[in-house]
Write a protein that binds this ligand. Structure first.
Ligand code: NAI
Length: 246
C-alpha cells in the first residue's frame, strides 16, 4: 500500500530514524533522509536504501533552524514533487536534575525537540495542504506523558510535541492530513547506551514485557501510521513501551 510514496525522516542517519527509513524503504517508499552532521553514516544508510530498489535523497540540515528545515522540504519537493509522509524523529537529550540544569541545557533541548518539530511542520504543512493529503508522525516519548526525574527539559519538549500533534490534527483533519505521535519507552539506541547498568536494570523491572524496545519496534508502528490502514486515526499518541505506561 505504501509503494511509490515519499517520506521525509529527520535525524535518520542512526537509531530510530534509521530503522524507520529502512522499514519504509522495504515497503517501497522513496526516502528523504535528513541528517545534521554525520555525512558518512547518512551515506551508508542511503546505500542500504538504494539496495532495496527505491530512490533516496540525503539532505544535510539542522532542524532547529527554520531556514534549514525549509531547505529540507524544498529539496524533497524538487526531487519527488509529492511528499506523502513526514516523520519528525530528530531529537536530543541533556539530562540532569533541575537544581543543576543550566539555562542553555533547557534552551538547547527545546530548540531541537520542540522548535525543530515546529520548523518542520511549518515548512511541510503548506505542501501537504496543497496536495490535499499527507501523514505526519511525530516522535514524542513516554517521558512527555508521565515525566521523569532528571529530564525536566526533555519532558517539557516531548509533552509540547504531544500538544502540537493534537492541535495540528484538529487544524488539518478537514484537509486529508492525519497527524499522530508515537511515544516510545526505553529503546536501545546510542541515546540510551550511555545510561548505567543499574539504571537499565531498574528500568527493565518496570516494563511488563520485560525487555527494552528496539528501533524496529518503533518503525513498525510508524509504518502503520504512514499507511492507509490508519486512515481513521488522527490526533493520537501511541505508546511503544512494552506496557511501561498504561
Ligand atoms: P539518536 O541519538 O540515536 O538519534 C537521533 C538523531 O537525531 C541523530 O542522528 C542526530 O544526529 C539527529 N539530530 C539531533 N539533532 C538534530 C538536529 N538539530 N537536526 C537534525 N538532526 C538532528 O536517538 P534515538 O534514540 O534514535 O532517538 C530518535 C527519537 O526518538 C528522538 O526524538 C528521541 O527523543 C526519541 N525517543 C527515543 C527513545 C529511546 O529510548 N531511544 C525513547 C523515546 C523517544
Amino acid at each position: 500500500m505504501l509503494k511509490g510514496k515519499c517520506a521525509i525522516i529527520t535525524g535518520a542517519a542512526r537509531g530510530i530514524g534509521k530503522a524507520i527509513a529502512l522499514k519504509l524503504a522495504s515497503l517501497g517508499v522513496n526516502i528523504v533522509l535528513n541528517y545534521r552532521s554525520s555525512e558518512e553514516e547518512a551515506q551508508k544508510v542511503a546505500a542500504q536504501i538504494e539496495d532495496m530498489g527505491v530512490e533516496v535523497l540525503t539532505v544535510k540540515g539542522d532542524i532547529s533552524k527554520l531556514e534549514e528545515a525549509q531547505n529540507i522540504m524544498t529539496k524533497a519537493k524538487e526531487k519527488f514533487e509529492i511528499i506523502d509522509i513526514i516523520v519528525n524523529n530528530a531529537g536530543i537529550t541533556k539530562d540532569t536534575l533541575l537544581l543543576r540544569m543550566k539555562e542553555e541545557d533547557f534552551d538547547n533541548i527545546i530548540d531541537v525537540n520542540l522548535k525543530g518539530v515546529f520548523n518542520c511542520l511549518k515548512s511541510i504543512t503548506p505542501i501537504m495542504v496543497k496536495q490535499k493529503h499527507g501523514k505526519i508522525i511525530n516522535i514524542s516519548s513516554v517521558v512527555g506523558v508521565v515525566g521523569n526525574a532528571g529530564q525536566v527539559n526533555y519532558a517539557a519538549s516531548k509533552a509540547g510535541v504531544i500538544g502540537m500533534t493534537k492541535s495540528l490534527a484538529k487544524e488539518l483533519g478537514g484537509r486529508g492530513i492525519n497527524v499522530n505521535a508515537v511515544a516510545p519507552g526505553f529503546i536501545e539506541t546510542d541515546m540510551t547506551s550511555t545510561l548505567g547498568d543499574k539504571v537499565k536494570e531498574e528500568a527493565k523491572k518496570s516494563i511488563p514485557l520485560k525487555r527494552f524496545g528496539t528501533p524496529e519496534d518503533v518503525a513498525d508502528v510508524v509504518a502503520f501510521l504512514a499507511s492507509e490502514s490508519s486512515s481513521y486515526i488522527t490526533g493520537q499518541v501511541i505508546n511503544i513501551d512494552g506496557g511501561m505506561v498504561m
